[in-house]
Design a protein around this ligand. Structure first.
Ligand code: ZN
Length: 458
């Protein structure tokens, strides 16, 4: 259903229960952001690349109710009796490739900003990740609002003394993102020992640590109960106790003992997760490596049937597409890659690759319009995918050229050359633009390395 913009705004206005003086945010509400949602301290980029689409209007219409539910859920879990005075600003905006480079692919970020009435919290939510399915709006809001609420209830120095594993562990646990993070690290290390990714709590925090962080608090709740978790939160946020002392006070155990048990619990949970389909996956992947594609296809399909929620199924659904691609069965390949995107976007580090292969499956069938459409969407929705973007620009330009859209092709090649100077595809683009119309190479299995997830802002 397409909601006309005015209707969407009316819907939001009707929902408004609490207003804050517009002056609170006026100075920060820079030109380019829509002011009509200010009753809910929500800002939407008015000239977003998604503005005017049904998806954007639907998202805008959902935000006030989502915000209300987020605060209710966090109050229930954290027990901090936070009252939403709409001083935490939610800003929905495009990230684009420059932003992805600047923010290192962060899907969202909480910052402390200053307005006319002093300091306030602002959460940047980047639209691309919500659009491409890598981020769920409800989970993102729970995660970032939990940071923002803790920060609102604490002065900066006290908040920054909380170790990152505590800040992120509580946020991931409360947002219900744990299984996705576990699945993600397992997918990254599918052929290796996944436990090599579990670091000690004292090690420098890395993007693969979110699963472990969450499992520590999962352990606290499962072993000691939700009341003890709320007691820990009170000691930490209201009484400003150091994190380890707050845990000791809540669970009535020395911290080291808690730490050892929590990490053992984390290893056990990850192992249980990994065991689902793990042996079968390793076998299927061997068939794939040996180009025994028919055997690999039936093995991958069995894993998806048997353990649809496992990391092995997520990885299998991607490699199923690759098998069909190398068998030159491009319709089946495109369908498999699309399935991977639809089902596993939030859990997989391979969705951008899958999207690119949907485009290439169409390219191989000489569906130039279809391929151009896929590559345009790739460029719009996966700004963090620095290793694939040059290829996406290149094949978009190539399709445009073959479709006789020479001006568009020149613009695409120019943007590629300017954005990724030195990249091999940028060099090829320059040659194509100059009229050296060499036929493009058929892409091979050139990108098998696993990538880390786009990072998680505080
Ligand atoms: Zn965070």
């Amino acid at each position: 259903m397409k909601i006309p913009k005015t209707a969407a705004w009316a819907l939001i206005a009707a929902w408004a229960a609490v207003s804050i003086p517009l002056a609170t945010l006026a100075e920060d509400n820079t030109a380019g952001y829509i002011a009509r949602l200010l009753e809910h301290a929500v800002e939407l980029q008015s000239d977003s690349k998604y503005a005017g689409t049904e998806w954007f209007d639907d998202l805008a219409a959902r935000i006030p109710a989502l915000r209300k539910k987020t605060v209710e859920d966090l109050n229930r879990m954290m027990g901090l009796a936070y009252v939403d005075k709409y001083t935490i600003v939610l800003r929905f905006e495009d990230q684009n490739e420059d932003g992805a480079r600047k923010f290192n692919g962060l899907q969202a970020q909480r910052v402390t900003a200053t307005g006319p009435q002093g300091e306030f919290q602002r959460i940047h939510l980047f639209l691309e990740y919500l659009k491409n399915g890598q981020a769920d709006p409800a989970e993102k809001l729970l995660h970032e609002m939990s940071h923002a609420i803790m920060r609102e209830l604490m002065p900066q120095d006290a908040y920054l003394r909380i170790p990152q594993w505590v800040r992120e562990g509580t946020a991931v646990y409360m947002a219900g993102q744990e299984d996705d993070r576990v699945q993600h690290i397992l997918g990254l290390k599918a052929e290796d020992n996944p436990f090599s990714l579990i670091q000690d709590l004292k090690a420098k925090h890395a993007s693969n640590d979110y699963a472990r962080d969450s499992l520590v608090f999962h352990y606290l709740v499962e072993r000691f109960g939700p009341d003890k978790y709320r007691l820990f939160m009170k000691k930490l946020v209201i009484d400003r106790m150091p994190a380890e002392k707050a845990i000791e006070a809540a669970v009535d155990k020395p911290f080291d003992e808690f730490r050892n048990d929590a990490l053992a619990f984390a290893v056990g949970k990850i192992k249980a997760f990994a065991d689902k389909g793990d042996t079968a996956y390793k076998e299927a992947f061997q068939y794939y490596r040996l180009s025994l594609f028919d055997r690999a296809i039936s093995a991958f399909a069995e894993i998806i049937d048997a353990h649809p929620e496992s990391y092995a199924a997520a990885a299998s659904s991607y490699y199923l597409g690759k098998c069909y691609f190398y068998k030159r069965e491009y319709d089946k390949a495109a369908a498999a890659f699309l399935g991977h995107i639809v089902v596993y976007s939030g859990k997989s580090g391979l969705v951008d690759d899958a999207k690119w292969y949907v485009g290439m499956s169409k390219y191989q069938k000489n569906d130039l319009k279809g391929c151009a459409q896929e590559m345009s969407e790739f460029i719009r929705d996966y700004p963090y995918s620095a290793s694939v973007l040059p290829k996406a620009y290149y094949y978009l330009g190539d399709c445009q050229m073959k479709l006789g859209l020479n001006d568009e092709a020149r613009r695409t090649f120019k943007r590629l050359a300017e954005s990724y100077p030195g990249d091999e595809y940028a060099k090829k683009a320059l040659e194509r633009s100059a009229g050296l119309d060499a036929p493009p190479e058929v892409p091979g299995p050139d990108k098998e390395e696993r990538k880390g997830p786009p990072g998680e802002g505080d």
